[in-house]
Design a protein around this ligand. Structure first.
Ligand code: GAL
Length: 684
């Protein structure tokens, strides 16, 4: 029995750093947290030098007092293992734990995440601090769970210390067994890269032109990093599971080079994510058409949900962001903090922990604002959080056990993400197309999931969806292709974009005409293909309904080979004018659509219209584009979240009566949803 289960309640928490404030403030902080509707704090994740000021000398007195106060005021506590920030004594004495750049320069004390995951010394020291903490706090009545480390692979996701090169060599030996198999997998006969001894095997090192490794090694490097993180996390998770089986284990953040699905499945009770929607205002591609800005976080939250259907937001943005030297972000406007909290909840967050209680008055994150400002006087952000806190008490019982409901999934997989990072011929397309599909679906008010394919994915998992969009799976095993065929034969619908189906899991190209192992399912082959560069940014297409589309970045000239293929659009320009660009194959009871380009929102809209297999789950609601519809439900009831991301009010029509879950009023007819406001409805 765990002391806390994620699926039992909706709850607010806050990240708290007692070590950064005078002890005299702690109790007042906690009293005000409770007044704000906060029931949980996350503490300790950077406090190693407090817990162990010198090697083996553990000091828990201050935190003991703080935890006593937390318990007195009814606050539950998550403790973070502090291994993202080792003390100065540690890295001075054991420099082998440091990470290094590809050039071999060590990364030193002074920021955070400067260690590697492979040094056995760091394993030992991390295990020791974890064990000391767990043994000390396992019976503390305030503590309910543990966060492993903090944001694995944030700050840096590449590791080139001595121990990494050694561990990689061992990993490669385990994976391939013989040098012959390794040479074959990495295609080392090309440019005489053949290895004749294991000692010649390294992680990428500098070569002429900088860092440009053999592509198959580059793919294995990502797999190795992910395995190293998981092996490192397991050391801590095993200690917690052994001594504190009544506490949950989680970790926070979604970063590159880590299979978070595997990590969660093997080690965690649930996954946690850190949601900062305001990054969308500083990271937006200026060339992107109609970006979703903060609403685009819903796509990332869908990925989080694919890891844990109900999850925790361990850090929910609570103010303007900013380090002293970077990331200057606008302040959330009135209503946005609440809107973003519900964005998380709508997508499956049951525990929302704000980052952070109060803005730090010193250090790197001096401008990363928490709920409270430096002066600690009442402000509108605290008031907004308090509003959410009150509302969650009304919603918790009905919503806690529900999960997100969707008929469509955008499909991804780690192999293609990792291979695509280095491969400019397909890499940039996956994320772009996924985003455009998400825009089309969300603006049509069709809730969607993200589904990660792997070797264990079953037909039943696919059959939860009417439509799968798998934008550019360059790497596709024969077994996965067969699974997708079975899905379509049984009545499923699937959509692919260009560069699909042509590589095996090592990243070698199949000696097959394109789209490789997907030819049978799609009923097509490709005459040829070209990157679009130079003369024209996009080619115009004419669709079968005479509308036009623009096919940018890449054009594949499709040749149907099966009589069951319908051509849905042809190219209008160049030497392939009149040739098919978009086709649909009737295959068994379903269809496989193939688009020889990178998806735009318009192309996704057109394909959705052609498919006619999914529609909004709330035809009784007329919603303007600016409002997101998200759906949580279970067998008994569906809850409709309406989220207005725009500062302008939205006009909504309810053709049937529905109950506002917060006010308990029954609504019908035309209503106004104010700018940044949220409405949660159930059918009356
Ligand atoms: C997260 C991190 C926090 C804090 C926050 C704002 O990535 O976990 O510790 O740094 O970002 O920068």
């Amino acid at each position: 029995m765990k002391a806390f289960n994620i699926n039992e309640q909706l709850m607010l928490g806050v990240c708290y750093y007692p070590e950064q404030w005078p002890e005299e403030m702690w109790e007042d902080d906690m009293i005000r947290m409770k007044e704000t509707g906060i029931s949980l704090i996350r503490v300790g994740e950077f406090a190693w030098s407090i817990f162990e000021p010198t090697e083996g000398n553990y000091q828990f007195k201050d935190f003991d007092y703080m935890l006593r106060l937390a318990h007195k005021h009814g606050l539950k506590v998550i403790i973070g293992t502090p291994t993202a920030t080792p003390p100065a004594w540690l890295t001075e004495k054991y420099p082998e734990v440091l990470n290094a750049t590809v050039e071999g320069h060590l990364l030193h004390h002074g920021l955070r995440r400067h260690t590697n995951y492979t040094s056995t010394t760091y394993h030992r020291l991390s295990a020791a601090i974890t064990e000391a903490l767990v043994l000390h706090y396992k019976d503390n009545p305030a503590v309910v769970g543990w966060q492993l480390d903090n944001e694995f692979n944030c700050e840096i996701g590449e590791f080139y210390s001595e121990s990494d090169h050694e561990a990689f060599r061992e990993w490669v030996k385990q994976r391939y067994g013989t040098l012959e198999k390794l040479n074959d997998a990495w295609g080392t006969v090309f440019w005489s890269q053949t290895y004749s001894s294991w000692s010649q095997v390294h992680l990428p090192r500098l070569v002429p032109g900088g860092k440009q490794p053999n592509p198959h090694l580059a793919l294995d490097e990502k797999r190795f990093i992910s395995d190293s993180v998981i092996a490192y996390a397991k050391i801590q998770a095993d200690i917690i599971a052994e001594h504190a089986p009544h506490h949950f284990i989680t970790t926070n953040g979604l970063f590159g080079h880590l299979n978070s699905h595997q990590l969660t499945k093997e080690l965690l009770d649930f996954f946690s994510y850190d949601s900062y929607p305001q990054f969308s205002t500083i990271n937006t591609d200026p060339k992107e058409k109609r970006p979703l800005y903060d609403r685009s976080w819903s796509l990332t939250l869908s990925t989080v949900r694919s890891i844990s259907p109900q999850f925790c937001i361990m850090e929910q943005q609570a103010g303007p962001g900013g380090w002293v030297n970077k990331m200057d972000m606008p302040s959330p406007k009135p209503g946005q903090l609440r809107l973003w909290s519900y964005q998380s909840i709508a997508h499956g967050a049951n525990l929302v922990v704000y980052f952070r209680w109060r803005t730090a008055t010193f250090g790197q994150e001096i401008y990363w604002h928490g709920l409270n400002d430096y002066g600690n006087t009442p402000n509108r952000r605290v008031a907004e959080a308090a509003k959410v806190g009150k509302e969650l008490q009304l919603l918790s019982d009905q919503l806690a056990a529900t999960t997100y409901q969707a008929d469509v999934a955008i499909v991804r997989d780690y192999n293609n993400e990792w291979d695509g990072e280095y491969d400019v011929w397909h890499g940039p397309f996956g994320w772009k197309s996924g985003k455009e599909w998400f825009k089309a679906l969300t603006r049509k008010h069709i809730p969607s999931d993200v589904l990660y394919m792997n070797e264990e994915t079953t037909l039943a998992e696919l059959q939860r969806y009417k439509l799968l969009v798998y934008p550019h799976p360059a790497i596709m095993s024969k077994a996965t292709a067969q699974l997708l065929e079975a899905y379509v034969v049984a009545g499923g619908h699937i959509v692919f974009g260009c560069r699909s189906g042509y590589k095996d899991q090592r990243g070698h190209c199949y000696m097959l005409p394109f789209p490789g192992v997907l030819s049978t399912l799609t009923g097509i082959t490709l005459e040829e293909y070209t990157v679009l560069k130079g003369t024209r940014p996009a080619t115009t297409l004419t669709c079968s309904d005479q509308s036009t589309l623009e096919a940018a970045h890449f054009n594949e000239i499709i040749q149907p080979v099966s009589a069951t293929v319908d051509v849905l659009a042809v190219y209008d320009q160049d030497y392939y004018k009149g040739k098919p660009a978009l086709t649909q194959n009737r295959f068994g009871k379903g269809t496989a659509t193939y688009y020889g380009s990178v998806f735009s929102e318009e192309a996704a809209h057109y394909i959705l219209q052609q498919l006619d297999v999914v529609s909004t789950p709330a035809p009784w609601l007329d919603l303007p584009e600016q409002v997101e519809l998200a759906l949580r439900g279970n067998e008994e009831e569906q809850y409709y979240f309406l989220l207005n991301y725009n500062e302008q009010p939205a006009e909504i029509s309810l053709h049937e009566p529905a109950v506002d879950m917060i006010t308990n009023q029954t609504l019908q007819g035309d209503i106004i949803l104010e700018g940044y406001d949220v409405l949660i409805l159930r059918k009356a």
